[in-house]
Design a binder for this molecule. Structure first.
Ligand code: PMP
Length: 289
């Protein structure tokens, strides 16, 4: 979903809040030409911001995985995020994005970021929550890299051109997202979110193997379902398993829990198990669980 050009944006940078799409990168910054930028994404909606703390914690871990020292603590980022949310209407639908990047390389090659050169900004922007109308997915010829070939242990901006080409391929075929495998041919996730399937009343999702982002929403949904007495299996899943599924849905901070209503020519209901996962997430978000 494209974001509105006139959306309200607030950015915290170098100790101050600025309204709008603030320029934050220098033309000679390391991140600008060498891609050393990590980010995280949380949501605020209906007056709540579920799992804001783990999203603020994950960006500091991502920075370290990219060879940078996080210039802010989790607590400091969380405090700023709450300050930023308060700049909008109480029920505003927001994308909350802390970012850390390197301004300077280290040593003679300069490709290695200087761990002490990291900068921080926090951007909050209006971004409507999608209704659970469902998405249509297909396969992709692209795969998730492994740790040997990419910084998959960080939520890093440089990983997203790979997702973008998957989405382009899917969109050229008339679909909204793609189910993505790792180098071994096991299902990893979609281009932008984690994936679950339901078979015979039980939930299944790929087991984290270091190739994909085992998301905060995924973890929350597994916990909520398990606490509600549902059976959730984390295991090795193949494309064929998803073709034989009774239901499929995705999880991620942006859509939260979204049903898959088609996988290639196969169509699916927004079934009761997917609805339960979404309902539990909303109950949790509003403190009802
Ligand atoms: N995988 C990818 C590639 C993502 O971009 C996201 C969204 N951050 C996720 C999974 C879901 O992670 P989370 O629930 O932590 O947002």
């Amino acid at each position: 979903m494209a974001l509105a050009n006139d959306r309200k944006i607030w950015t915290w940078f170098e100790g101050e809040w600025h309204e709008g799409n603030l320029p934050i990168l220098g033309s000679a910054d390391h991140a600008t030409w060498l891609g050393t930028l990590v980010f995280d994404g949380a949501r605020a909606f209906e007056g709540v911001a579920p799992d804001l703390e783990p999203h603020c914690a994950r960006i500091t871990a991502s920075a370290e995985a990219m060879g940078m020292r996080a210039p802010m603590t989790t607590e400091e980022i969380l405090k700023l995020a709450k300050e930023g949310i308060a700049k909008f209407d109480d029920d505003a639908e927001l994308y909350i994005r802390p970012m850390i990047w390197s301004t300077r390389g280290e040593g003679s090659t300069m490709v290695d970021p200087d761990p002490d050169s990291s900068a921080f900004a926090l951007c909050l922007e209006e971004a409507p929550m999608a209704e659970p109308v469902g998405i249509r997915i297909t396969t992709t010829k692209f795969i998730r890299p492994s740790l040997e070939s990419a910084t998959v242990n960080a939520k890093a901006a440089c990983l997203y051109p790979n997702s973008a080409r998957m989405l382009k391929e899917a969109s050229d075929k008339g679909f909204g997202n793609a189910i993505v495998c790792d180098a071994l041919g096991n299902v990893a996730e979609t281009a932008t979110a984690n994936i679950f399937m339901v078979k015979n009343g039980e939930y299944y999702t790929p087991i984290p193997n270091g190739t994909f982002l085992a998301g905060i929403t995924r973890k929350r949904v597994i916990q909520l379902l398990s606490d509600a007495g549902e059976t959730v299996h984390e295991g090795i899943l193949k494309i064929e398993d998803f073709r034989n599924a009774d239901e499929i849905f995705i999880t991620g901070n942006y859509p939260k829990v979204m049903p898959v209503i088609a996988f290639d020519e196969q169509e699916y209901e927004y079934g009761e198990k997917g609805q339960l996962a979404r309902k539990l997430y909303w109950d949790f978000s509003h403190g009802r669980i």
